[in-house]
Design a protein around this ligand. Structure first.
Ligand code: COA
Length: 412
């Protein structure tokens, strides 16, 4: 369909990121705008620091398990031994999928994009959960959050096997979330290094303040839609490559480059075509993403157990990207973000590039659900305004009097 915006109005809507219209400040992309408060996590973009409820992710990445972090986010404090054991039991008990969801996965075309499958299956889980008779809403509570956190990896792993023509593997309740995810993909319990790497990845990805997908989840929850609706909005929003869809494309670059010595020429050619380097740059961080530091080390160590090439190429790609971006975008402060070393890390764990974003969702489900519960606990409908940039009030034009020569608006 043709775009009916006039050239002038389109310019008004897409010009500088910040402008003033009739006393209303408009900021495309809400850059720098504080739209709410949270106790869950804090991103300090200039210092390059990320904390979950006050704990530095550098400490959490080294010391905490994903289950401890999920507890911290959902319940406000680190669990004691009893609380942690209890959460692990609850997660283990909630991993199994309803039979009709498994049957639907089996009936889904094998070529379906994993994020489409995950988004649809997460939405579908709502149908197997009790709901309020008046409004169809499911209770948004920690029990539902645990169900979503537990089932997300099962969906991803089941689809991985089904699309490869294999039978899904039943989850094992006694394994950690990370070990169970890897087990459900292969049927083999992972080596400790692989379990630890994925566990750390899930810790690092668990929350990130009001990022786009979390904001989407909170907007949905703010209408009193339930936690399944909020989680579905979040997954839909994660998909794009300006957010969680980048790491698969980083891996494509690494595979295309093939060997470290070719990284520089590859990046120069890409930037000269006006393309963005995936895995580089961040809206909040103006230094190297603090999560990239840990992911780089993990990618390097995993290379010792699988193929060291992926880390070596990624390292050369980051160096080349820094050099080229300093030349072409001076003063922009574009550095490696969380997605950059996610690619060689997950690839070394045997995860396919088109499943990277789904694996991201396995960790972030803890943050999304915690944000939804925080929103529900202190709710106010999120409903901003827009600055109107269309035509002024105009008299009605009868059908026969409208322009006929132009093809504008005709669907081709
Ligand atoms: N490669 C090349 N140039 C980049 C870039 C990248 N990865 N990231 C930003 N830039 C450039 C833009 O072209 C722009 O340059 P210009 O002002 O000369 O046109 C400038 O830096 C600012 O970009 P902008 O899009 O306004 O910044 P943002 O805050 O919206 O960007 C991202 C944040 C993440 C969307 C952006 O860095 C990006 O697209 N990165 C690649 C995708 C990615 O890694 N996504 C995962 C994010 S965790």
């Amino acid at each position: 369909m043709g775009n009916a915006l006039s050239v002038a109005n389109r310019a008004a809507m897409t010009s500088a990121s910040s402008r003033t219209t009739g006393g209303t400040v408009v900021d495309r992309g809400l850059e720098g705008i504080i739209v709410g408060a949270t106790e869950l996590s804090n991103v300090e973009g200039l210092a390059g620091r990320l904390t979950y409820r006050g704990y530095d992710i550098a400490d959490l990445a080294t010391n905490a398990s994903f289950e401890e972090v999920a507890y911290l986010l959902l319940f406000g404090q680190l669990p004691n031994a009893y609380q942690l054991a209890d959460l692990r039991v609850r997660l283990g008990a909630n991993r199994t999928l309803p039979e009709p969801i498994l049957a639907w996965l089996e009936a889904t075309p094998k070529g379906a994009w994993p994020m489409d499958v995950l988004r649809t299956a997460i939405s579908g889980l709502a149908m197997f959960t009790p709901y309020g008779e008046d409004d169809g809403a499911h209770p948004s509570n920690p029990r539902a959050a645990i169900q979503l956190i537990a089932k997300t990896p099962t969906i991803v792993a089941a689809w991985d096997r089904i699309r490869r023509g294999l039978r899904p593997i039943e989850p094992l309740p006694d394994l950690s979330s990370a070990a169970n995810f890897l087990y459900m993909r292969t049927g083999e319990r992972p080596i400790p290094e692989a379990e630890r790497a994925l566990d750390t990845y899930l810790v690092l990805l668990a929350d990130h303040s009001y990022n786009a997908s979390t904001f989407a989840a909170r907007v949905t929850a703010s209408t009193r839609a339930d936690i399944f609706a909020g989680a579905t909005s979040a997954i839909a929003t994660l998909q794009g490559d300006l957010h969680g869809g980048a790491p698969g494309k980083v891996m494509k670059m690494i595979l295309d480059i093939g060997e470290p010595s070719r990284a520089d020429a590859y990046v120069r050619a890409l930037v000269s075509r006006g393309e963005r380097i995936m895995g580089m740059g961040h809206r909040e961080y103006k230094v190297r993403d603090p999560r990239a530091i840990h992911l780089e080390e993990m990618a390097r160590r995993l290379g010792e157990f699988s193929d060291p090439r992926w880390y070596a190429i990624a390292r050369a790609l980051e160096d080349a990207s820094n050099a080229v971006l300093q030349e072409t975008k001076p003063g922009r402060h574009i550095y490696a973000n969380v997605e950059f070393y996610t690619a060689p890390t997950l690839y070394s764990l045997g995860i396919a590039p088109d499943e990277f974003t789904c694996t991201f969702a396995c960790g972030r489900m803890a943050g999304w659900t915690a944000h939804i519960l925080e929103q529900v606990g202190n709710n106010r409908l999120i409903r901003p305004q827009a600055s109107y940039a269309g035509p002024p009030v105009t008299p009605w034009l009868a059908l026969g009097k409208r322009a006929s020569a132009s093809a504008i608006g005709v669907v081709h």
